[in-house]
Every structure is written in C-alpha cells, then in structure tokens.
Design a binder for this molecule. Structure first.
Ligand code: 1CP
Length: 383
C-alpha cells in the first residue's frame, strides 16, 4: 500500500476513534451525538470571536433565590440532588426557564471532590457545608483516598451528559471545579471560614505537606475536568474563591503554580486524546492584584470580582483574554432603574469584544427575582 493510502487509513481510524472518545459515555443511556448548539455567544466571546449580543450568566444562577429550588430542596438532601442526574438537571434548568441566559452551569458543588477523596461533607441549612472530620495535621492526609476518586465522581459526568440532551442546544453547558487552595481551605477548616486561619497556618507550619496536599488535589482536579469534557461540558470554570484570603505573594506561591498545572495538564491530555479543548475560565476571587500573572497562565477567560475596575483590568491583561464579571452582587438589591443603569454602565466599560457579563461573585439568597430579569435584559440591550 502507498504512503498516501496508509495515511488515509490512519486518518479514518483517528476520526472513528476521536468520534468514539467524544460521544461515548457507557454509563449513560442517552444516545449521542449531542443536539446542535443554537446560541454559542458564550463560546464565541471566550474565543475572542464576534458575538450577536453580550452573553450573560450568573454564578450560582441555580440556587436559593429561586422558590422552585427551595421547594425541591424541601424534598431532597443537597447531595442527593447532586448525585441524581434527573434532579441535578431539573435544578440546572430552573433559571433557564425564567431568564434569557446565555449559559447553563451544571448543578453540583466544589465539595464533591473532598467527598470523593473520602471526607464526609454535610450540607447544613443556613450554615453551608460542614466537614465533621477535617484534615487537622499532615498525618491526616493519609485518610485521603485518591485511588478511585474519579469513579466516585461519575455521577457528575452522567448529569452533564443528560443535561446536554435536555438543553436541546439552547445554550452551552459549563462544568466546574474548586481550585486546589480553595478545596484545601475547606478540608482543613471543616467548612466555610471568615479567615481560613487554620489553612493559612498550614502554609507556614507545614510548607512541604502543603505542597503534597495541593498536588494531590491538582491531580484529582485534572482527572475530574477531563471527565467533564468527555461527558459533554462545553466550557469549564475553576473557582479559586478563597484567593481572597491570600496576600499577592501567597497567591503566587500557593495558587498560581497549581492553577497553571491544571490548565497545562488538561490541555495536554485532551490534545493527546484528540478531544477538542474547551474554553477555560479562571475565577480567583480577591486576586485582582495578580491579573497580569493570571493572564499568563493560558486560561481563555479571567473572572473578575467587583473590586476590580473593568478598564484597568483590560489594560493589564491586554486584548487577547476574555474578561468575565463583575457587578457587585449587592447591586442586585438596588431598585430596578438603578440596577439597569449600573449594569449598562458596566457593559459599556467592558465593551462587546471578549466580554462575558456576570456578577462579581455568586448571587445571594435574598436577591429579588426581578433583579435577574433586569440584569439579563440590561446586558442584552446595552450594546
Ligand atoms: O442548601 C442549599 O441548597 C445550599 C446552597 C448551595 C448551592 C445552591 C451550596 C452550598 N452550593 C450550591 C450550588 C453550587 N455551588 C453551584 C451550582 C451551580 C450554579 O452556579 O448555579 C456552584 C457553582 C457552587 C460552587 C461553590 N460551592 C463555591 C464556589 C463559588 C463561590 O460561591 O465562591 C463554593 C465556595 C462552594 C462552597 C459552598 N457550597 C454551599 C455554600 C453555602 C458554600 C459556601 C460556604 C462558605 O464559604 O461559607
């Protein structure tokens, strides 16, 4: 056979193989391939392409401010919702039924990774997540069970695949994870914390064990994100929500290297398996001091909290990164006219190119539903 013939044979084998990688989820009863995407403004904005309208979605858009979410939560425990694809999809769909959003985000929580690593995580009403047996000293790291962690997270992949079908191509589906430092914080503190004082003490008391811990989490995160892409996630967001507790120097030492490793290893793995690489968003809350460093990590989108000025952020990161954010979630409590003005001003500052509108952090539980309507409409009408 000629060289050309051999090449052709290899190419058709590759196409078949790639097709199988992308579309097969043996655990999922749904038939592939996925419905064609109708509104791809989010993905176009992430890639720096021209958009029809500025895309908008909201962190925690499925959640406690929605009465239908509260209603469903009365009947089901939080992690039962996460672990039951039908319920996770129902909750993911709830905000899309009400608002003209340009993205969906799979319903789950960042704490499913600590759970898969063997820690108990409970969701207490009015308190948030509680980990009754936290990691206190380096010796406790032996309790973590990274082997098999990915298979214990398969339910997230199942929910993602099911959701891609249920969406019928309406908007893209975002997958997500917590970043290593943020997860380490919850695992040491045993839940949320105003100061992250115990986790911060680890950085100084046990720097070598901290590295081991962060590397273990990074490995689990890369596996988890790869799985989400294979299951059908069209974009991924990495939540480094606890960056706000670190100084710039600490963020560069304990956040950035692991965030870089996540991006590089994920892109490498997907590329090697000929799986299309999806856009990646880094949201490091409170790390507006390090936008330059963040912009050099290879992420497509940088999420901003509301403390960062849009024009300054653009001048720091340059023209080749998409920015996401950054309305103060408290602005959602202003009256509709004021909220409309604030939203319009924000969109004007960012502009139509390489921009995804969002809040600067998650929507809070008491937010009036009308504010979501005002926000979404104001973004779409601004430019
Ligand atoms: O009882 C309930 O219903 C609990 C409320 C709730 C919800 C709706 C929690 C508890 N998690 C979630 C869902 C969730 N968590 C999503 C869903 C998808 C969507 O955006 O619609 C996402 C993306 C998260 C991510 C998450 N969980 C983060 C990162 C984002 C952020 O807000 O910084 C963090 C830090 C968590 C931990 C967590 N889970 C829940 C709470 C109340 C918290 C914060 C606790 C604390 O720090 O005090």
């Amino acid at each position: 056979m000629s060289v050309v013939g051999l090449r052709l044979m290899f190419c058709s084998w590759l196409l078949l193989h790639v097709g199988a990688e992308q579309t097969t989820n043996t655990r999922n009863p749904y038939l592939q391939p996925f419905p064609v995407l109708k509104n791809d403004n989010l993905l176009r904005a992430a890639r720096g392409e021209v958009v029809d309208r500025v895309p908008v979605w909201v962190m925690r858009q499925a959640g406690r401010y929605l009465p239908e979410f509260q209603e469903l939560r009365k009947q089901h425990d939080f992690f039962t919702v996460c672990r039951t694809p039908e319920l996770a999809c129902e909750v993911t769909m709830q905000p899309l039924r009400r608002f003209d959003l340009d993205a969906s985000i799979i319903f789950s929580d960042i704490l499913v990774i600590p759970q898969a690593l063997g820690l108990t995580v409970e969701m207490h009403a009015g308190v948030g997540p509680v980990l009754p047996q936290p990691i206190v000293v380096p010796e406790d790291l032996k309790r973590l069970t990274p082997d098999g962690a990915l298979s214990r997270l398969a339910y997230v992949g199942d929910a993602i695949t099911m959701m891609r079908h249920k969406l019928e191509g309406r908007v893209p589906l975002i997958g997500f994870t917590g970043a290593p430092w943020t997860l380490m914080g919850y695992m040491i503190e045993g839940g949320g914390s105003k100061t992250m004082s115990k986790a911060k003490a680890w950085l100084k008391d046990y720097p070598e064990d901290t590295k081991l811990f962060l590397n273990l989490l990074t490995d689990a995160i890369v596996d988890y994100l790869e799985m989400q892409v294979k299951a059908g996630a069209q974009m991924l967001q990495i939540f480094e929500s606890s960056a706000e507790h670190l100084s710039k120097e600490e963020f560069l030492q304990w956040g950035v290297p692991y965030l870089k490793r996540i991006r590089d290893e994920l892109v490498d793995r997907l590329t090697k398996r000929a799986i299309p690489v999806v856009p990646l968003t880094l949201f490091a809350k409170g790390a507006g001091h390090s936008l330059k460093e963040q912009s050099e990590l290879g992420y497509d989108v940088i999420g901003l909290d509301w403390t960062v000025d849009p024009v300054e952020a653009r001048s720091v990161v340059g023209p080749n990164i998409t920015l996401q954010g950054n309305l103060d979630p408290m602005d959602m409590y202003r009256d509709p006219d004021e909220l409309r003005t604030l939203t319009t001003e924000m969109v004007h500052k960012f502009g139509k190119s390489r921009y995804i509108a969002n809040l600067g952090h998650g929507i809070t539980p008491q937010t009036p539903i009308t504010s979501m309507e005002v926000l979404v409409e104001a973004v779409h009408k601004a430019l």
